[in-house]
Design a protein around this ligand. Structure first.
Ligand code: MN
Length: 400
């Protein structure tokens, strides 16, 4: 347990140690690690020789550190645990701690390529029923490969960044219309952040997942359903999603989630050889979605049909390389029950069944001024909890 005040026994004790980037007063962006309700300045710690990473911790983003690979991630984590648990280090380390309330949390890494998958069977079949009524909810390829698309890396923003309501084309039922989206939605997802890069032409096999993936963020794939419904065929999501994607400021290293792996749902029919992961494991992350402070859903990540190792193997099976900072998201996380879905499209069944958020306040879609916050927890060692922080955003009116 940590000597840092309030950290011992909290979900942010030394079993967690998520990385982020923060600014403090006149101090520009620098790397830190969260301990309790403080952030430890790792730039300052490396400058003082308290932890060594070849200068990678003295950068304004996590990319260089993540690119060092698994052995270095482990070495730094072990050293940070020593610094925060051994009281002998307290005099040197305590001045490098800043209360979270006094810092601004920034984008933790520069996003390289961004991919979004579609790996919840329940979500895919709900969307199929809503968007293509009368047709089979799952398309014939869905159980053979993790469906995904390349998204827009440059509009991935950190939690707290306001989201301007997008405008664009929609269908009027009699040709195109143009205007602010009237069906603005969220997608509660989990993002995986690449650390180690691969070479162009190489594949990353399922068993190498942990060598390449540094950690996990929470992600909100804001979605304008009216734009999406009009534009998505035949090439998939485009402007209905590219206006903003929010991520949590803390990247939780996979090392903190060792106790959260559980058997993933059995896959039937059997998948091709390159997608076969043995053991077939998913992460038991328990998500929660709050809409203007009302808890509307608790999506269970453990039920995802495709695992993050299968997703990485698939997105590189053609020889496409990955780089430090690449981000791939799970797809909307939805469970079987209505109070476990990860989008308002499903929660209100296409807008037809509004939800009550508070006395006299009902919603089908996001209104200007609405705030959505996605949070998550997982099991840690010795019955402890690992918190993944939160990703939040407030909707601003469309620009005139
Ligand atoms: Mn999505």
């Amino acid at each position: 347990m940590s000597w840092v005040e309030g950290a011992a026994g909290s979900p942010y004790d030394v079993h967690n140690l998520p990385y982020g980037v923060f600014a403090h007063g006149d101090v520009p962006a620098r790397i830190g690690v969260r301990i309790g309700e403080y952030v430890l300045d790792l730039d300052g710690a490396e400058a003082a020789g308290l932890v060594l990473a070849g200068g990678a911790l003295r950068e304004p983003s996590l990319n260089a550190f993540m690119a060092l690979g698994q052995a270095q991630w482990g070495t730094v984590r072990k050293r940070v645990v020593e610094l925060l648990t051994d009281p002998a280090h307290r005099p040197a380390v305590a001045p490098l701690l800043h209360p979270l309330a006094e810092v601004d949390l920034l984008m933790p890494f520069a996003v390289g390529d961004y991919v979004d998958f579609y790996s919840s069977e329940q979500h895919a079949s709900n969307v199929g029923q809503i968007f293509r009524p009368g047709e089979p909810p799952l398309l014939p390829n869905w159980k053979h490969l993790p469906i995904g698309y390349h998204g827009r890396a440059g509009t991935v923003v950190v939690s707290g960044t306001p989201v301007v309501r997008p405008a664009g084309q929609h269908s009027t039922g009699d040709g195109p219309g143009y205007g602010p989206s009237t069906r603005l939605d969220i997608e509660a997802e989990v993002g995986f952040v690449i650390g180690l890069g691969s070479a162009l032409g190489d594949r990353v096999p399922v068993e190498d997942f942990r060598a390449y993936v540094f950690g996990v963020v929470l992600l909100n794939d804001w979605s304008a359903r009216d734009l999406q419904a009009w534009e998505y065929r035949p090439l998939g999501p485009f402007l209905g999603k590219s206006f903003a994607t929010s991520i949590s400021p803390w990247v939780v290293p996979l090392d903190a989630l060792e106790h959260a792996w559980v058997p993933a749902p059995e896959q039937d029919p059997p998948v091709l050889e390159y997608l076969r992961d043995e053991p077939h494991l998913g992460l038991d992350l328990r998500l929660a979605v709050d809409w203007n402070g009302s808890r509307v859903s608790e999506p269970p990540f453990a039920g995802m049909y495709w695992t993050p190792a299968q997703q990485l193997a698939h997105l590189t099976v053609n020889g496409a390389s990955v780089r430090a900072g690449d981000l791939y998201a799970s797809g909307t996380v939805s469970g079987v029950r209505r109070d476990q879905v990860g989008s308002f499209l499903e929660l209100t069944w296409g807008g037809a069944e509004p939800v009550a958020l508070a006395e006299g306040v009902a919603r089908s879609w996001l209104a200007d001024g609405d705030t959505v916050t996605i949070s998550a927890t997982a099991a840690g060692p010795d019955g402890r909890t690992v918190a993944l922080g939160e990703v939040t955003g407030t909707v601003l009116p469309a620009r005139p």
